[in-house]
Design a protein around this ligand. Structure first.
Ligand SMILES: Nc1ncnc2c1ncn2[C@@H]1O[C@H](COP(=O)(O)OP(=O)(O)OP(=O)(O)O)[C@@H](O)[C@H]1O
Ligand SMILES: [Mg+2]
Length: 222
């Protein structure tokens, strides 16, 4: 078991703390923030509660998301490197002193520090030409591979250099909810689902760069 008790997370989202792997440089370990699972669980309707806590556990969801048909089929056909063009390599579940962790590639900047999120990049540089091109390459990859994601949020993408140009990597939010995942067996439906995620991604970028007078929820109604 990996001991994380004397480590500080390098970053945290609302659901998980992210630690550098103490034994393997270049890997990270994400552990669930138990208080959040409990709070989300308690907010659910009684009937949904019967389905248990694992469906709201982001680590379990992420493991399932890596088993989605588009990824499995790329690997089967010998195109695994294509999967990791815009996703951190995923190494599955690992046990730690803070509970079960998801182990994955830690994306770094050119100083060896965890890479910056797209959210922070946009605040610093705006939607400049290099990042626009990186976003286009990322969206083309989604369309070409058929890999399903949830809504693409700038704080769930990180920017890292590959062959001297910035590339976007999705570090959180892989996979589609159960019903949508099944419907995606229909190619036209899958295409439509991905197009919607992409359109919403660009809207979200515009919203993040706006004065945000209108809430994100309201601005989507437009
Ligand atoms: N593989 C990675 N490489 C570099 N940084 C990462 C990686 N994974 C996560 N991070 C950083 O850690 C932050 C939190 O990680 P993550 O989004 O997985 O947590 P979360 O709690 O699931 O997020 P959310 O609040 O969106 O549910 C990210 O926003 C990013 O800054
Ligand atoms: Mg996140």
């Amino acid at each position: 078991m990996i001991n994380l008790s004397d480590q500080k997370p390098f970053a945290s989202g609302s659901n998980r703390h992210c630690y550098r792997h103490p034994g393997i440089p270049g890997r990270c370990l994400k552990v669930i923030r138990p208080e959040n699972i409990e709070a989300r669980y308690q907010r659910q309707m009684p009937l949904k509660k019967l389905l248990g806590k694992s469906r709201i556990n982001d680590n379990t969801q992420e493991q399932r998301a890596h088993q989605q048909s588009a990824i499995v089929s790329l690997i089967k056909r010998g195109h695994e490197s294509c999967v990791w063009k815009h996703l951190p390599r995923f190494y599955g579940e690992t046990s730690t002193s803070l509970g079960s962790a998801n182990e994955s590639e830690l994306l770094l900047d050119d100083h060896g520090e965890p890479a910056q999120t797209l959210e922070s990049y946009l605040q610093q540089h705006g939607f400049d030409t290099p990042i626009k091109a990186a976003s286009e390459r990322f969206c083309e990859w989604l369309e070409n591979t058929g890999i399903l994601t949830r809504n693409l949020l700038p704080h769930n993408l990180v920017v890292t250099l590959r062959n001297d140009q910035p590339e976007l990597f999705l570090v959180d939010g892989l996979g589609a909810p159960g019903a949508q995942n099944k419907l995606a067996a229909i190619p036209a439906w899958r295409k439509r689902y991905i197009t919607r995620r992409i359109n919403r991604f660009y809207k979200r970028i515009a919203w993040e760069l706006s004065d945000r007078k209108r809430s994100w929820e309201d601005s989507q109604q437009l």
